[in-house]
Design a protein around this ligand. Sequence first.
Ligand code: TEU
Length: 570
Amino acid sequence: MESDREAPWWKRTTVYQIYPRSFADSDGDGVGDLRGVIGKLDYLAWLGVETLWLSPFWESPQADFGYDVSDHYAIAPEYGGLDDFRALVREVHARGLKLVFDMVLNHTSDRHPWFLESRASRQSARRDWYIWRDGRKPGGRAPPNNWRSMLGGSGWRWDEASGQWYFASFLGFQPDLNYRNPAVKAAMLDVVRFWLREGVDGLRLDIFNALFKDASFADNPFSWRPAPTEDDPHGFFQRHVHTIDHPDTLAFARELRAVVDAIGDESATPRFLVGEVFGDAKTLRRYCGEAADGLHLVFLFQTLRTRFHGGAVRALIEEIEGAFPEPFSPTYVFGNHDRPRFIHRVDASLEKAKLLATLQLTVRGVPFVYYGEEIGMENHDAPLHEGLDPIAARFEWVPSWLVPAFKARGILLNRDECRAPMQWDAGPNAGFTPPTVTPWLPMHPRSAALNVAAQQDDPTSLLRCYRCLLALRRALPALQSGRLEWLDRVEHVRLPDDVVAFRRVLGDEHVAVFLNFASHTIRIRPREGAGSPRALTLLSNRRGTRMPTAETYALGAHEGVVVWDARPRA
Ligand code: TEU
């Protein structure tokens, strides 16, 4: 099917993730806030990203830095108030940008008034808002069944006062809501409607795959898998068939879609949902609905682990293209607030990072850029016992020599490492917070070298490369919604495995992309990919823009080029 020029905005957009605590501190308390984000909107507009996703900033004890909500209608004071939020929406929209929220549907904080009431007694009117069960004999002191949390260990927590267990898919202070209770579903859909009506353009759905648990409470079956991965969430020696990817969760994706679409119709602004779900591409696609009537997008985390190798990258794109053909749209994610920063997968090489940025911003799908990726921000290594992240405390028993092995598998045991404050300039505290203030997490020691101010002035920087690519993508509809064709199939262009070569086609517009993953030069014939011998413009991640005159082009080590041809074909 021909991709259409009028594809909805959320399919054509580029997303930039902001971890509000770490982005910009406007009031000098060492913690980033909403006014801080507003102060950086001109930078984001300059960079050229189109949609901003903010991690949670609601009222919360901050035990998991906002992924433990205690009031869905109030903003945590350290981030600002409702007026600041409204100003943010206004200012984002005034710049033609969009705003996406994190929505934690699966659980609340254990200090949420709903849970406090639920926990108070077995007779509480809200008892059934969470998942409570009697334990097994003797004395009910053994958990009701073998269900594990996503982090290993039993997901059941014992409540001494009421003598029952409650279930928590993630950490113990994040009790799971009971979606089988219609009142819970209605209350959470009200939250969704409230914020969308406040002008939020989309929602990122936290651990959406865990929403419904099986009503039978049967044990999960045994498996030999020791640990989960992004593309296979089963592990800890069981298949989580009763706790994740439940058919009722898939049905709920469609129900939620209808709610969100209805709000879009009310205001004539379509909104979108992107789900945090885990599994192989085919499993994830099911969340989008067979008739594309489920979640608009899902994160594809396999991109987090793909090797820097032409063949591996091509295989990844082929898998994704196979699982997400039109009208579905894939996503390309290199990092987020839970994962090691992606620059380490390319040996901290800014040149290799430019090649991956070229891939991410030209391939078919919605790119998600995590704050700081555009300047090559690095992990800030820290021992587990220093972690503020609750995961760090949970894994404190892991010996330090084993930690790098987890990282190499894409697992951060101390997520503080990828949440260091944004590096704006070379000054003390890197412009994140005033020099005399102690930031909530220490600044990265390399902030004097790796920062926005320095890279804004340097036309060869990673930042300027992102900006150039984002501008090109905004200018060329084919890059936003064109179909993807492999050049060796359509033009019989023969290239070594090290070069990933495809083109994006929309109507008469052809945009060819050549990505050299090798560390040596490879000659290409760019015009073949473009479709016409005329009207070529070429953008290189290493050399900026130029018009090639020769028939062949020497594609340098780790160079990516984008070749544009808008002429009608003969
Ligand atoms: O994360 C869910 C999740 O399973 C992982 O990304 C997890 O953080 C990682 O495997 C641990 O190394 C989501 C949020 O993105 C995360 O920040 C929250 O802590 C979590 O849900 C609970 O809300």
